[in-house]
Write a protein that binds this ligand. Sequence first.
Ligand code: 6V0
Length: 333
Amino acid sequence: QSFFKPISNASPPSITKRHNKISVIGAGNVGMAIAQTILTQDLTDELVIVDNKPDKLRGEMLDLQHAAAFLPRVKINSSVEYSVTAGSDLCIVTAGARQIAGESRLNLLQRNLALFKGIIPLLARYSPETILIIVSNPVDVLTYIAWKLSGFPSNRIIGSGTNLDSSRFRFLIADHLQVNAQDVQACIVGEHGDSSVALWSSISVGGVPVLSFLEKQQIAYEKETLENIHKKVIDSAYEVISLKGYTSWAIGYSVASLARSIIRDQRKIHPVSVLATGFYGIGDDVEVFLSLPAQLGRGGVLGVTNVHMNQEEEQRLRDSAKTILEVQTQLGI
Ligand code: 6V0
């Protein structure tokens, strides 16, 4: 018995709009911030959350479902079983051990490697056409591991990488210059972590290249001031974690922006972790994921922008690649 009585002479409803499904693995602080940002931004028709703690998972699902009256209509589902993710367009992996105050991202790796072996092959089996976004830390190495475990082509494996670092960078520059962060084009590439590389030579505000502007106007700027801003970006995560125990809101918005570019085929450029083989002097035989300015769309990674880097920046990027590779070697992967 349906609540509605059809009007006379009506044909059965035909659904022509493409149905989107996004799965978020890990219902912790980061996974839930991503889930709720995706919901408020109306990016999907179906949202699935998976975690291995059934009570917490059900509590989080109900809490989101209870907001139905204030949100676009989205089917929200959850389970500890991966079959619930079947047919996902996008799977976002946040499950993992949490970084504790003072702990480097690389220390987290051993714990998260074992966990990924139990997650990625199942996601690949239930959604063979999905695009994977890896958020768990250390994100670059785990993105590489996800690539290997899934057997997917590299364009369907993305690490959230320095998308968040770049947002923190733009915020700090905007704050320094008293402008809107959305008018600041600035990018951090390389490892999401201590060896990340700030691309100072290509920063512009409202289309005006900042460093050459300062040089032309003969305004002195200290290299140290620039280094300090970058250092603040690196310290940001540690600071937030030491103050509130975890980071959530900024990573939520950051990953939702990636989901939007992919699901809505926005073809926007994001600094995210992609297979960097052959780019910027990284060898053709080197298998490493790190952040480069990549164009994202419905096909995943559509390409990498040929952004200008000076020699020092290119060298730092290669050093960053080396840092990540060393960890992969230590792990024997
Ligand atoms: P959290 O709040 O401890 O959440 C982790 C969740 O994963 C918990 O709910 C666990 O129950 C769940 N989980 C653990 N094992 C499994 C499993 N086998 N299957 C399913 N679920 C499981 O941590 P938080 O949400 O704060 O952080 C999650 C991850 O994101 C960590 O690795 C962080 O370091 C990483 N971050 C990455 C960022 C980035 O920019 N890439 C930014 C912030 C955090």
